[in-house]
Design a protein around this ligand. Structure first.
Ligand SMILES: [Zn+2]
Length: 65
């Protein structure tokens, strides 16, 4: 049990697409990216990488009580 972690959101290593342009900070979560994802900001090519992000809240399925 890890009581210390309750307050802050859990970071999860998440697959993302990141813009190849170093001066552009844009990135997209892989689960929202399409096959030929282009940068939403500069329309340049993107690169698959990983990033620590807060875990996404899944809306669907409520847990059984
Ligand atoms: Zn870009």
């Amino acid at each position: 049990m890890n009581t210390n972690e309750e307050a802050k959101p859990k970071l999860q290593l998440t697959k993302i697409w990141k813009c190849k342009n170093e001066s552009c900070k844009a990135w997209v979560r892989e689960e929202f990216a399409v096959a030929d994802q282009l940068c939403p900001m500069c329309k340049g090519p993107m690169l698959r990488t990983m990033k620590h992000l807060p875990a996404l809240q899944k809306k669907a399925k409520a847990r059984t009580k």
